[in-house]
Design a protein around this ligand. Sequence first.
Ligand SMILES: Cc1cc2nc3c(=O)[nH]c(=O)nc-3n(C[C@H](O)[C@H](O)[C@H](O)COP(=O)(O)OP(=O)(O)OC[C@H]3O[C@@H](n4cnc5c(N)ncnc54)[C@H](O)[C@@H]3O)c2cc1C
Length: 395
Amino acid sequence: MDFNDSDSEAAFRAEAIAFLDQWTPKEFGSYTSGDDQEKVFHQHLAWQKTLAAHGWGAITWPEAHGGAGKGPIEQIIWNEELSRRGVGHSMLAVGIGMVGPTLIAHGTPEQQQRFLQPLLRADETWCQLFSEPGAGSDLAGLATRAVRDGDDWIISGQKTWCSGAQHNHFGILIARTDPSVPKHKGITYFLLDMSSPGIEVRPLIEMTGDSHFNEVFLDEVRVPDAARLGPVDGGWGVAQTTLMNERIAMGGLSNLLRFDDLLALVVSESDGAPSEAQRVELAHVYSQLRCLELLNARIVSKLGRGVIPTAESSVMKLALASMMTKANALAMRALGTKALLRPGYWQNEYLFAPAFHIAGGTSEVQKNVCAERVLGLPREGPDDRNTPFDQLPRN
Ligand SMILES: Cc1cc2nc3c(=O)[nH]c(=O)nc-3n(C[C@H](O)[C@H](O)[C@H](O)COP(=O)(O)OP(=O)(O)OC[C@H]3O[C@@H](n4cnc5c(N)ncnc54)[C@H](O)[C@@H]3O)c2cc1C
């Protein structure tokens, strides 16, 4: 792999830089750093509207759907330039990065016509309603039910950890439509209007003090069949498109670590003379960060060729979580007793860091994937893939 820009990539980068130099917002808060979430959400909305208005709203979406029609390498270049300016991590990432590609791959022309443009322009925003109290790592074990009623479906159940659901107009939701078949087979995918009667969103307070995600209760929520995405009982396949795109988004998260700021903090808190131990730790974090960037490039380029990078994404997620924990702990040690003061950027980052071990697939589950698919070890636990869902033991 050649890591230098080709002529056309250099031209794309120059175009991106010219746009960003003119339009990058001065104020752009982060959803992890203790800023006022409502204010940050509106900053992110405004930024997406600016991007969409100038043709930068969705780099890899086809031009026919309002995207820039570029490939994965251009997406990496774009992400690099965004993160250099601190505007790379949007609270609208579920919509642009996950819902859009899923609608483009599986939506009917009517669904694409109805939803893609408002999503791109941030006139409508989206959240993901997949996880449940009893189904996270084992997502296919979900229990939320959708029952057909004429031209509608009636959905009841509970979702959890739904990032941003308190702000969003729509949610992507998977529910069980046939419990008599094996768990991956009886699931259907819906586009849920979050203002429908019967939906209650309850924010969860994290140890950072913020409410970044929510519980969502669904009590006989009526959803038209026109809001079904993909075939009845074929939602697991549709969800794979969403989850594959979530992996791309998670990979880009390595940019969340502002290494130059970490270095500046350690240098200033040590009066310009970091200890040998601090230098070694900084070198470790820096090398891990660089390796993750390269691994991310490999993942995105594989995805661009239609190959699912299972092992690479698991290694990526594991290493990312450990690097974020290490980097933020280094910052806290550098701060000394000041680390006990709140609010503070590094204090908040430190408290949020454990989330990287959980979101988008836990570290333990990634280790299982590596053990089975890279090392060829025997499958973990009983194989329940062919047992009908309603015969599975449940707590
Ligand atoms: C910041 C953040 C944002 C999120 N946003 C969303 C969102 O917007 N929408 C959404 O639907 N979900 C979201 N999630 C949920 C996330 O996808 C789940 O938390 C994740 O899949 C893990 O599921 P769980 O929390 O139910 O843990 P569980 O699956 O219950 O796991 C509990 C513990 O058991 C371990 N474990 C489970 N199975 C195994 C196994 N087979 N072998 C070894 N150990 C195992 C896990 O590693 C973990 O330590 C978010 C999570 C976080 C942290």
